[in-house]
Write a new protein. Structure first.
Length: 117
């Protein structure tokens, strides 16, 4: 499984960005896709997960501001990020998982999101 993330960049506080993660390869045993992030001096943490049935889970820190979605035809997962805050500054990673909420089994390269105040 290969994952290609894109869409990061620099945005002002209050702004929006949309991240994309295109998956390819053998996806038959993948049951969920997720977005994780690692801020400066922090550990990588899950922020949003979506399973094959469309069920979603969000970290409290992003609820109401971020939306995860997927296009099954394109094998792509998106993370729409609204009302961004400086605390959202991090490297964002997408992951594919063989179990729901079991952590990532396959990882894409990170994409940097910087939110200026």
């Amino acid at each position: 499984v290969q994952l290609q993330a894109s869409g990061g960049g620099l945005v002002q506080a209050g702004g929006s960005l949309r991240l994309s993660c295109a998956a390819s390869g053998s996806l038959s045993d993948i049951v969920a896709m997720g977005w994780y992030r690692q801020g400066p001096g922090e550990q990588r943490a899950v922020i949003a997960v979506i399973n094959n049935g469309g069920y979603t889970v969000y970290a409290d820190s992003v609820k109401g501001r971020f939306t995860i979605s997927r296009d099954k035809v394109k094998n792509t997962v998106y993370l729409q990020m609204n009302n961004l805050r400086p605390g959202d500054t991090a490297v964002y990673y997408c992951a594919a998982s063989k179990t729901f909420m079991g952590g990532g089994d396959y990882w894409g390269q990170g994409t940097l999101v910087t939110v200026s105040s």
